[in-house]
Design a protein around this ligand. Sequence first.
Ligand code: THU
Length: 133
Amino acid sequence: MTTDVDELFQAAKAVQAKAHAPYSRFRVGAAIRTASGRVFSGCNVENAAYPQGFCAEASAIAAMVTAGEREIVEVLTVAEGDELATSCGGCRQKIREFAGPGALIHAAGPGGVRRTFTLEELLPFSFGPENLG
Ligand code: THU
């Protein structure tokens, strides 16, 4: 049986293979499930002018917003290597824009999910749209 998390993992793996990561050689895929149940995915896209590259999460968020969706309920990232790789600080804040504190963030490696966090755990006491009134 395919679970919801499996679906995200497969979607993230599929786009991880398309990552443009010639500089770090660290391919990342991200998949987002929105409140409507749709899944959006994206990979990291690096640039010869290094700071211009962007993370897989940013690509997936751009796909989601482009499709007219704005409510993230779950995110899964898949990265290479033996170490647990969680979303970088900048991506935590990007996710925060569209997700509540209870949104689940799954950090996967090549074999599947290694750990699951809530957004609140990864980004406590965060700043968000509500702060601007
Ligand atoms: N990367 C992501 O795509 N997501 C993260 O949250 C962490 C890092 C990418 C950025 C860069 O292309 C490569 O991984 C190495 O840092």
